[in-house]
Design a protein around this ligand. Structure first.
Ligand SMILES: [Zn+2]
Length: 207
């Protein structure tokens, strides 16, 4: 799985002849904004949708390479983003964020945060509510949360965002020691799972 994700990113980066420098401040603001709007969406939506109080996961934030927080004794993986169930936190490699942010756009960071947050939501659900296709369900919940944030005016959908989101779904797949290669689904499956959440909301993502 790591090889696939890295390969896709390498292709993506190599395909661009000019290196675009990332404005670190702007990216950090987008990451902060993504964390806030996704957390707010779930704070408003979760209790009604699932009949349970909502508690935010921790945000361990950015790391570099193998210097991220260990999850169940496993070191962080370079160019990855993940939700750690045992620690109930979300973390991401700063280089992963920067690569997509410069090559694809700001939708990249929103989708990665929303997808990892969706894994934290799955961890709060009953096991029979979590799809066997857990990664596609996370894409669906990510779509629902970003659409919800857009509908309340917390984020603005800009021209090109749909394209950026599709490129992001094609390029990244989070990785765990227990992830199987088939877990994330192909680009069509991921895009349609994301669209299902966008068009029909959280309930449609829960089987
Ligand atoms: Zn995932």
């Amino acid at each position: 799985m790591r090889r696939i994700a890295l390969l896709l990113l390498a292709v993506l980066v190599a395909g661009c002849t000019e290196t675009t420098a990332v404005n670190q401040d702007t990216m950090d603001k987008d990451i902060q904004s993504a964390v806030e709007v996704v957390d707010d969406f779930w704070r408003q939506t979760f209790p009604e949708a699932f009949g349970e109080p909502y508690e935010s996961p921790r945000v361990a934030g950015g790391y570099t390479g193998v210097d991220g927080p260990q999850c169940a004794g496993e070191r962080s993986v370079p160019f990855n983003a993940y939700y750690c169930p045992t620690g109930d936190y979300i973390a991401w490699d700063e280089d992963l964020m920067a690569a997509g942010y410069s090559q694809i756009g700001d939708a990249w960071v929103y989708l990665i945060i929303a997808h990892e947050w969706a894994h934290a939501i799955q961890a709060r659900l009953d096991t029979d509510q979590v799809s066997v296709a857990a990664e596609l369900q996370a894409d669906c919940l990510a779509g629902a949360s970003l659409q919800g944030a857009a509908e309340t005016g917390r984020i603005a959908i800009e021209p090109g965002d749909a394209q950026e989101l599709a490129q992001t779904l094609a390029a990244v797949a989070d990785e765990y020691p227990w992830t199987r290669v088939s877990d994330h689904g192909n680009i069509q499956e991921r895009t349609s799972a994301f669209s299902l959440g966008v068009n029909r909301g959280v309930e449609a993502c829960i089987s």
